[in-house]
Design a protein around this ligand. Structure first.
Ligand SMILES: C[S@@+](CC[C@H](N)C(=O)[O-])C[C@H]1O[C@@H](n2cnc3c(N)ncnc32)[C@H](O)[C@@H]1O
Length: 335
């Protein structure tokens, strides 16, 4: 069974999560944690046992489904889901060719794998009436995690590998939802700057995109799997028009960051950052500089700065001898 971190996601803080959580526990007090750019939500998943309330937000539709699958506290019938998994793996039929296999067959997945994915996605839609929201989310999330295992990519859908004879590797498995009996979860899919003023939390954790790579375009296939809407596709990478383009990936990012920080209703702000802003590759160069972050954060209170050497994702054009991950913590001056 898949757990929350069995997924490739650019910028995931999985490897840094223990370091981040220890610093938050040492320097912040409170029991409501708000992860406003949650991505994989790995940081929330690890801090949840220490919190009464965890609030998750991200603009991607697939991420919202994934949070509902893993965290939503409603009951679900695991026997029913196991039967469906067994049905998929023993009786799987190949779909008649549809949008998904016609466009992505022998590109992002083998043609056979595309037709299996399409069969399962159609089955989930056709059986929505016998599934509650949690079960529906678990099946869709399980499909996404199973797809990640066999995608013909380096981990995102900006491009597929140009190879002949992509192997048939798709196997459907279920995710293992969390059980946090003492934690309440609230799930949102809103623009961070709009949501910020509606939420009160003790601690807000912030990890926005810092460069021009749009997450909705990196993970467009999962957005399509969730929407199942046959979008018009463009270019060799077969991407739809950006569906949730982020201002944080554009040149005005510092203004949006300043606006967000000003609006937050909280006692502590924790911000992740790394020093790719010096990168030679335009797409990985940060839109917000270290100095801008420090300046903006200092308007809300004293800024504590922590750093750690860390080798993060880069596509090869960047030569660093000084990879650094930062965590800024602000104790907000609410007077
Ligand atoms: C760097 S990733 C977060 C990674 C996360 N810390 C993790 O460990 O997986 C940034 C996330 O912000 C989301 N995002 C981008 N712009 C946003 C916005 N304006 N409001 C809310 N979420 C946004 C993206 O979809 C992406 O998942």
């Amino acid at each position: 069974m898949f757990n929350i971190s069995n997924r490739r996601y650019t910028g995931s803080k999985l490897k840094l999560s223990e370091w981040i959580i220890e610093l938050i526990k040492e320097n912040c007090v409170g029991n409501t944690f708000f992860e406003i750019f949650a991505g994989t939500s790995v940081v929330s998943s690890k801090i949840a046992p220490f919190m009464d309330t965890v609030i998750l937000n991200d603009t991607l539709e697939a991420n919202e489904v994934i949070y509902n699958a893993f965290y939503n506290n409603t009951e679900y019938n695991s026997e029913k889901l196991n039967d469906i998994r067994d049905y998929f793996n023993s009786h799987i039929e190949l779909s008649d060719s549809g949008f998904f296999s016609e466009n992505y067959g022998d590109k992002y997945f083998s043609l056979t794998d595309c037709r299996k994915i399409e069969f399962i996605r159609n089955y989930i839609s056709e059986n929505e009436k016998i599934l509650n929201k949690k079960e529906y989310s678990i099946l869709l999330t399980s499909l996404i995690y199973s797809m990640d295992r066999c995608a013909n990519t380096v981990g995102h859908f900006d491009a597929y590998r140009k190879i002949d004879n992509i192997p048939n590797k798709f196997l459907f498995d279920l995710i293992q939802p969390f059980e946090f009996p003492n934690t309440d979860f609230k799930i949102f899919r809103e623009d961070a700057n709009l949501l910020a003023e509606k939420i009160n939390a003790d601690i807000v954790y912030i990890d926005p995109p810092y460069n021009s790579r749009q997450y909705c375009q990196f993970y467009h296939i999962y957005e399509t799997i969730v929407r199942w809407d046959n979008p018009q596709l463009f270019g060799t990478a077969l991407k739809p028009q950006g569906r949730h383009l982020s201002e944080y990936c554009k040149s005005k990012a510092p203004l949006f960051f300043a606006d967000l920080i000003e609006k937050l209703n909280c006692n502590y702000i924790a911000v992740s950052y790394n020093n790719t802003y010096q990168s030679k590759s335009g797409s990985s160069r940060n839109k917000i500089t270290l100095e801008q972050i420090e300046d903006i954060l200092s308007k809300r209170g004293e800024v504590l700065t922590f750093s750690k050497a860390h080798q993060f994702f880069n596509a090869g054009k960047t030569d660093f001898s000084d990879h650094k991950e930062f965590l800024f913590i602000v104790k907000v001056n609410n007077k």
